[in-house]
Write a protein that binds this ligand. Sequence first.
Ligand code: DOR
Length: 447
Amino acid sequence: MSESWLIQGARVLDPANGLDAVRDVHIVDGKIARVAESIAPEGLLVVNANGLVLTPGFVDLHCHLREPGFEYKETVATGTRAAVQGGFTTVCSMANTDPVVDTPATVAFILERAKDAAAARVYPLAAVTQGFGGTQLVEMAALSDAGVVAFSDDGLPIADARMMRHALEYSLLVGKPIVNHCEDPALAHGGVMNEGLTSLRLGLRGMPAEAEETMVARDALLARRTGAHVHIAHVSTQGSVEIIRAAKQQGIRITAEVTPHHLTLTDSLVAQRLHAGKGTGFAYDTHAKVKPPLRTEADIKALVEGLNDGTIDAIATDHAPHSTTDKLCEFSDAESGISCLETAFSQAYQLVQDGRITLQTLISKLTVEPSHVFSLRTGTLSPGAPADIALLDLEGTWTVNPSAFASKGKNTPIAGTTLPGRVALTFVDGRPVHIADGYEERGATQT
Ligand code: DOR
């Protein structure tokens, strides 16, 4: 039997169709049927969305679901539950699992897990090099046929320029991008945080901005040489933004993403001020250890400009869940990464509240633009599209409490912070998959 829903009276923000107005949204059989000023509710399941903002479900180009191999950190089931709690209805999962995603069988396993247990749509990426070894390309055609949307050794850079060139050349055969984690190993030289005053003060080895920027420049040149599409993962520095902007101006096929943490947090967060007895001192917060590292205010300013002028295409989470013991150790031994699917929207929404980007830009960078980067069919409310929807309460606030995360990863440097904007409800394929506490009464009434 077909199921029809009506989401009534929301401010509908759909950048794919240039729409920002109060509308009703009619869903039939899991697809968007119509977005119109007033739709008769008879016979439909009605959701009262007055006062809420309705957007296409968010599309995350970059997250770590950890399955297979690291199920103690996250699974497809828990990671996608975290996704929908954060308004994400499509997640693209990175290949640094165990085994690495370098065969069609592993892709099939992830897609099978997604079919059985995922709350959101899952699109896997495959590795670029076999076993992340950096020396032999994967079988791109077979992996593409198996359903991957892009190729990346994320977590590790493609350090060898000739390998990167070959990867880009071969990617032309399958028409899917190479995503690079840009970090020149020689320049990074084992750095564990941003190289700057804070690293100096803490006595921690720093990673200079140039470790990222030289590889971004290299990749832009190789994309120009090959004509292939390179996508730069988690851009974190002013120099990278400048290089990508110049490359785009030359018509090079380069796209880029930025994370909510690189847009809002600086390396000062690594140093925690401690008060003990009469003294004060500093300790390291391993929850602020992430790759690339948190940078500076000047970098944040450039990243925001990059969002505003189109240099940066997407906000992607790089959700990197880790276990408590992965983080409860010496700074240099701690794993890098932040669990952030559930905080991403609100963290980025702070930029709207501060007047640095518009709400339209934020939603565009979370929906239609990432969809275009990986040629996905989601991120839009066009008739016939999957009814993947986020309903946002922009007046609401909440306090980050990792123990309440759906993700197994409780690793966040912003625990206890109060953030603006709440994801009230999330729909995938026309069905509610998340209703936040306090919004239960919005749930469907049969008319
Ligand atoms: O901080 C990070 N963690 N950066 C990455 O690129 C990989 C990720 C992970 O897999 O934990």
